[in-house]
Design a protein around this ligand. Structure first.
Ligand code: PEP
Length: 265
């Protein structure tokens, strides 16, 4: 933790609502969140929501919640029916965007090349890309975890540098842990996060130190402290547990506890 604090990487807790939400749910979520007394001032807190709810959230959420989308077009304009560009996202208040979530890679056959193109669009428009990487159960069992992560990283690594590292996020999300209740152990998460940071360091040590690496996969209030206490885990990408303000705040609370511990160490 002292190490992490010395590197000045601020914890980020980002919710991913996936295909969930409604106007009523958002009103309730925001009211519940406001009523909780955990401060989020020392954290970067974000919510990545379905496109159609971006305007409502960016108008109604308190200003210290960053609003994000769950995908972005690889194109900036033109004949691409159904797509939403980075500029459009920004116009409706998005500050960040998930790219290459495993559900998009799987359900929409998103390739590493497509992830790269989307990443470029986000960067060009000043949106903070949150690029997701992670292995399947089968790949882990076949000892392919590092090879898979390396391949996914290689799609974007040359676009990362010390000047943009604080505006880019990587999320390690083992597919076998997403929505399954099977969280990676803190040691498993740290092992991969350390691998990612060492791969980045081959390119640029300063960039590797600055960039935030989130863990995602069945993260909740009961396991967040242990996961976030790992030296290379800088917060979480939270699916199921972001749908209720109390559950999400419980995770923010654990990140705050770690900050308090660091300060008293
Ligand atoms: C996710 O989909 O990004 C995720 C981490 O989901 P969950 O927390 O539900 O496992």
């Amino acid at each position: 933790m002292i190490q992490k604090a010395a590197m000045m990487r601020k914890f980020m807790i980002a919710g991913n609502w996936k295909l969930h939400g409604s106007h009523a749910m958002i009103r309730q979520w925001l009211a519940d969140f406001m009523a909780l007394d955990t401060s989020i001032d020392a954290l970067d807190v974000a919510l990545c929501v379905p496109y159609v709810y971006l305007p409502m959230l960016s108008t109604n959420a308190s200003k210290n919640i960053l609003i994000g989308a769950q995908d972005v077009s690889a194109h900036d304009t033109g004949a691409h029916t159904g797509e939403v560009s980075a500029a459009m996202l920004q116009e409706v208040g998005a500050r960040l965007v998930l790219i290459g979530h495993s559900e998009r890679r799987q359900d929409h056959a998103e390739s590493d090349e497509l992830v790269r193109a989307k990443f470029k669009q986000a960067l060009a428009q000043g949106l903070m890309p949150v690029v997701c990487v992670g292995e399947s159960q089968q790949q882990r069992e076949n000892n392919e975890t590092f090879a898979v992560i390396e391949r996914q990283l290689n799609a974007i690594i040359d676009l990362l540098n010390a000047a943009n590292a604080d505006q880019c996020i990587l999320a390690y999300e083992p597919i076998w842990a997403i929505g399954t209740g099977l969280t990676a152990s803190a040691e498993q998460a740290q092992e991969v996060h350390q691998f990612i940071r060492s791969q980045l360091a081959h390119k640029d040590v300063t960039m590797a130190r600055q960039i935030r690496l989130l863990y995602g996969g069945s993260c909740k209030g009961s396991n967040a402290y242990e996961l976030f206490s790992m030296p290379d885990v800088d917060g979480g990408l939270i699916g199921g547990a972001s749908l209720k303000a109390e559950d999400f705040m419980a995770i923010c609370h654990q990140a705050n506890k770690l900050l308090d511990k660091t300060q008293s160490d």
